[in-house]
Design a binder for this molecule. Structure first.
Ligand code: NAD
Ligand code: 6OD
Length: 481
């Protein structure tokens, strides 16, 4: 896999090996961008902004985004295979979640930008002077886009689509764990007619590699980042000397609140999805399940049954419902939390270890879906983000206690409230200190709604016009009449 700079596919002479988390086999060699390559990418982006792209109109850009979406759909199966090869996720998940959303992201932001107007004011001063004030939108400029490995294409396009819609040029750094779909997207961009330099891809790692070279480059005008909170903090420090804006979607330690009046079948179904989807590697996944005491045992038993029914296996097997973690390195982190939970006094309801899936998959990053009881909010496994298929079930007695427990975290990304009491649903959803509260559902997305987090979970909001706020610089023009 090569870098994509100024419309050219670039080898760098230094490669790293991407391996499959399914069985440890080689997926491919990736050309790591050095400081010179990153510099070329930033310069190519700047040159694009100084050329015709910098004067492009909103209808032209909206049409381009729709062409990209169409091309994504035409190369749908290639993208599904690439995404699944890097992550090990079941093909059907890559199809229905990741790649479907990539096309949807481009269409959604084509619509959003086309419908978006600008502020204007007729100013009338007491001394009789009158003026027309309007806000003229300019792009932010050269935007660094840095994304993680869990939903690689979904998260990358969620940023690139609004950035291009607003007329920016981007330098994208995908995760070192998931270079393949970004490499394919570079081909798609060229095929769709995106001008040279508008979309650039540099591969590599974070510190001492492409990530750091990009965030410390003086030519970037802002950074949009999705990943760990600690990485966000490092990126803030990197851009601080030049005071560049950042947009951050960071980690989570999301709570589900299950009230005794909930439809329990639907609730357990939703909980199973929210704890185990993508092997728990979605920032929105539930890792804390607070259950009202009268239904606690019933919910715990039903959820454990759902965990036991998950079927690990190769991504192309239609019966597979559960993939591996992203890497054996990440598995070590998740496993250390499994061990810590036991030391902290957890009762392991199900899972808790590494499964034996036979010789064929022995080189993979497999882990068991896991549920614990017996933990409290003071335990580290209940406070720190694990980013794996594991959750602690904790009982509560009344609404106030549930809200207090759920909000007792430094994170603030998402919550899910399960209840059939309409007033309670709204009341509790609004009391959650998060960017997004779901009621009786999970990961149901409206792409125009604000998306983001409070506290350690991020800075800013994405989605619809909220994304436009980061990627545009409104300039006030005041005309005396
Ligand atoms: P990560 O922070 O380790 O890496 C994310 C990206 O940042 C990668 O491309 C990596 O190479 C790069 N990077 C790492 N250090 C860097 C540095 N010092 N400078 C510049 N770039 C650097 O995150 P990850 O392990 O890839 O992803 C998992 C994390 O992402 C979890 O914490 C998860 O909650 C979070 N996440 C959040 C959201 C959200 O929307 N809030 C979405 C997905 C994932
Ligand atoms: O759905 C989205 O738009 C989004 N940003 C999801 C993030 C998922 C985190 O892993």
């Amino acid at each position: 896999m090569t870098n994509f700079v100024g419309g050219r596919f670039l080898e760098t002479g230094r490669t790293f090996t991407k391996t499959s988390p399914v069985d440890g086999s080689v997926v491919g060699q990736v050309h790591e961008a050095d400081a010179t390559t990153v510099d070329e990418a930033v310069r190519a982006a700047r040159a694009a902004l100084d050329g015709p792209w910098g004067r492009s109109s909103v209808p032209e850009r909206a049409a381009l985004l729709r062409r990209i979406a169409t091309r994504v759909e035409e190369r749908f199966d290639d993208l599904v295979r690439a995404e699944s090869a890097d992550t090990g996720k079941p093909l059907h998940l890559a199809r229905t979640l990741d790649v479907a959303r990539a096309a949807a992201n481009f269409r959604a932001f084509a619509d959003t930008v086309a419908a978006h107007g600008m502020d204007s004011f007729l100013t009338e001063l007491p001394d009789g002077r009158r003026a027309l004030n309007y806000a003229y939108d300019k792009p932010l400029g050269v935007v660094a886009v840095i994304v993680p490995w869990n939903l690689p294409l979904l998260l990358l396009t969620w940023k690139v689509a609004p950035a291009l819609a607003c007329g920016n040029a981007v330098v994208v750094k995908p995760s070192e764990e998931t270079p393949s779909s970004a490499a394919l997207l570079a081909e798609i961009m060229a095929e769709a007619g995106v001008p040279d330099g508008v979309f650039n891809v540099v591969h590599g790692f974070g510190p001492g590699s492409a990530g750091e070279f990009l965030t410390t480059h003086p030519g970037i005008d802002g950074v949009t980042f999705t990943g760990e909170s600690a990485t966000g903090s490092a990126i803030m420090r990197a851009v601080a000397p030049r005071v560049r804006p950042v947009s951050f979607e960071l980690g989570g330690k999301n709570a589900a609140l299950v009230f005794a009046d909930a439809d329990l079948e639907r609730t357990v179904d939703g909980l199973a999805r929210s704890v185990f989807t993508n092997t728990g590697q979605v920032c929105l996944c539930t890792e804390r399940v607070y259950v009202q005491r009268p239904v606690y045992d019933e919910v715990a038993a039903a959820l454990a049954k759902r965990a036991a029914e998950l079927r690990p296996g190769r991504p192309e097997d239609p019966d597979t419902t559960f993939g591996p973690l992203i890497s054996t390195g990440h598995r070590e982190k998740v496993r250390s939390y499994y061990d810590l939970a036991v030391r902290e006094g957890a009762r392991v309801l199900t899972g808790g270890g590494v499964p034996d899936l036979g010789e064929d998959l022995a080189g993979g990053a497999w882990i068991e879906p896991t549920l614990w009881t017996g933990l409290t909010n003071t335990d580290r496994v209940v406070r720190e983000e694990i980013f794996g298929p594991a959750a602690a079930l904790i009982p509560f007695d009344d609404e106030d206690e549930a809200v207090r427990l759920a909000n007792d975290t430094e994170y603030g990304l998402a919550a899910a409230v399960w209840t059939s009491d309409l007033e309670r649903a709204h009341r509790v959803a609004q009391r959650m200190r998060v960017g997004l509260s779901w009621v009786n559902t999970w990961f149901l997305r409206e792409l125009r709604a604000p998306f983001g987090g409070a506290g350690l979970s991020g800075i800013g909001r994405e989605g619809g016009t909220h994304s436009l706020h980061f990627y545009r610089q409104p300039t006030n023009v005041c005309v005396q009449l």
